[in-house]
Design a binder for this molecule. Structure first.
Ligand SMILES: NC(=O)c1ccc[n+]([C@@H]2O[C@H](COP(=O)([O-])OP(=O)(O)OC[C@H]3O[C@@H](n4cnc5c(N)ncnc54)[C@H](OP(=O)(O)O)[C@@H]3O)[C@@H](O)[C@H]2O)c1
Length: 251
């Protein structure tokens, strides 16, 4: 399995300033990964720099890069940065996402377009650019949601805009057979990050907790090891969506 270590591997992480993406960056640093810590909002800059410093402190290398990944030119610039700074790209992990919880009857055109821009379009072009730029033997991972296996209302646009990524992943994984690049999605349960809470109420949070083992939300610490596994020894998994959620939903 020597070919599947992260030593010297260049990993582009979309949405890596904090929360899940930030932890993935920190988790792979001790293995000697070279990480492009992407962030989107100006307000994420300090956190992105902190994450990059943590990667360097743990034995990896890191640069930060800002970009709105709903614009294809910005996606291309992110990979340009990886090649300019580190000479190549081996892996791409995309955690960029946006949530909306409301009835379909109240969803506006603007909300629909924004959600599909972040959750679908950015995901697609991050995968496309990774497919063009990655070294053979690389890995592509996109974070989707366990709601893809749920029968529920109110998340029509959120789950609906993550759902196409499953098909992107199936198609791309097959197209890349000859290059030994595995392409997968990780579908976390409701995660205990600031991303989750604004869309929910006390009652719905209690319901989400009661729907998984131990009455707990998923933690980023439960997810990041699986990302690292898929980047290394888990390389044979391909074309799949893996639900990691304490039993919150199954398929
Ligand atoms: N928390 C949950 O309950 C939960 C459950 C299942 C799946 N997920 C998924 O897990 C992923 C990570 O979520 P998280 O909880 O770690 O929260 P998070 O840190 O808020 O992750 C969302 C990321 O998306 C980035 N982003 C938003 N708009 C973007 C754009 N236009 N271009 C590029 N990046 C953009 C954000 O960057 P900035 O902050 O810099 O704007 C942020 O890094 C998301 O894809 C989410 O859908 C979350």
């Amino acid at each position: 399995m020597a070919g599947h270590t992260l030593k010297g591997k260049v990993v582009v992480i979309g949405g890596a300033s904090r929360n899940l993406g930030g932890l993935v960056a920190r988790e792979i640093a001790p293995d000697g990964a070279k990480v492009v810590v992407h962030y989107n909002s100006d307000s994420s800059r300090d956190k992105a720099e902190e994450t990059a410093a943590a990667v360097r402190g743990a034995g990896g290398e890191a640069v930060t890069h800002q970009g709105d990944l709903t614009r294809v030119a910005e996606v291309e610039k992110l990979f340009d940065t990886a090649v300019r700074e580190f000479g190549k790209v081996d892996c791409m992990v995309n955690t960029a996402g946006m949530v909306l919880k409301k009835p379909m009857t109240e969803t506006t055109e603007e909300e629909f377009d924004r959600m599909f821009a972040v959750n679908t379009k950015a995901a697609y072009f991050m995968m496309r650019e990774a497919a063009k730029r990655l070294e053979d033997g690389g890995k592509i991972i996109t974070i989707v949601t366990s709601l893809l296996a749920a029968y529920t209302g109110l998340y029509s646009v959120y789950a609906g805009s993550k759902a196409p990524v499953e098909h992107f992943t199936r198609a791309l994984s097959k197209e890349l057979f000859g290059r030994r690049i595995s392409v997968n999605n990780i579908a976390p349960g409701p995660m205990d990050t600031p991303f989750f809470y604004p869309a929910e109420t006390d009652d719905s949070i209690a319901y989400h907790k009661s729907s998984a083992m131990n009455g707990e939300l998923t933690k980023i610490e439960d997810i990041a090891p699986y990302v690292k596994f898929l980047l290394t020894d888990g390389w044979w998994l391909n074309g799949q969506t893996v639900f990691i959620n304490g039993g919150y939903t199954t398929r």
